[in-house]
Ligand binder design. Structure first.
Ligand code: DX5
Ligand code: ZN
Length: 233
């Protein structure tokens, strides 16, 4: 099968009901989510705390699609094995989280899971140039990590364009995370992104009792993104 550069929507369960993750994951998948994005925060690299490996392990049986685990922790290397064993399909780690991103990506691949490198809004595209061959994905942050519901930072668009060029015909996804809505999705897709994380824009107005709202929200982002893709082609 050829590399899948189609638009993929990855709802972030940071915006889900924290008392009901199993049902929330099943609901977003039934409503069209392509991936499930899990935001791991340590209260040190970012000013918020979320999920340890046991939580991720508990999510695993509910995820039928693809579980993408975004590590916002430092140090990171110490915990890669635990998150891989918890069932991550992909682990992404920040360039800014330690001095040895090359080693970190090698360690992720050594666990037999897909690997991704993440850049904060303040980090230039060039920071990932020498590790692209160790990556299945580059994640470009369009907010400063730590919280859902923040405003999209527009400098991520030009960065996406640069990274898309750097990637060339290599089989590497570009994921965007932060402030993605039907309004901002076209901007990053036109620049070369294929995986869109969305927390508040997917979960807003819905619940496990009104899951069709998740479906409407996912479709609105997907349609805006695919429209931009069609125009760019
Ligand atoms: C931010 C997280 C995001 C966040 C996105 O640190 O990495 O995944 O949940 O939330 P929205 O889509 O609301 O900006
Ligand atoms: Zn994230």
């Amino acid at each position: 099968m050829s590399f899948d550069r189609s638009i993929k929507i990855a709802p972030s369960i940071l915006s889900a009901d924290f008392a009901n993750f199993g049902a929330e994951i099943r609901a977003i998948e039934a409503q069209g989510a392509d991936w499930v994005h899990v935001d791991v925060m340590d209260g040190h690299f970012v000013p918020n705390l979320t999920f340890g490996p046991p939580a991720v392990k508990a999510f695993r049986p509910h995820v039928k699609t693809f579980m993408d685990v975004h590590l916002m922790i430092a140090p990171v290397d110490l915990y890669i094995e635990a998150y891989a064993e918890a069932g991550a399909d992909m682990i992404t780690a920040h360039v800014e989280a330690g001095p040895h991103i090359h080693r970190t990506l090698q360690a992720i691949r050594a666990q037999g899971v897909k690997s991704g490198v993440v850049l904060n809004p303040g980090t230039p595209a060039e920071a990932v140039a020498d590790v692209l061959d160790l990556c299945d994905m580059v994640l470009i942050m369009t907010v400063n990590p730590g919280f859902g519901g923040q405003k999209f930072i527009h400098s991520g668009i030009e960065k996406t364009r640069k990274i898309r060029q750097m990637i060339g015909d290599r089989e590497i996804h570009i994921q965007i995370d932060g402030g993605i809505t039907p309004e901002t999705a076209p901007l990053v897709v036109e620049a070369g992104a294929d995986v869109l994380v969305a927390g508040s824009a997917v979960f807003k107005g819905g619940s496990v009792d009104a899951p069709e709202v998740y479906g409407q929200n996912i479709r609105a982002i997907r349609e805006a993104a695919e429209g931009a893709r069609a125009k760019a082609a």
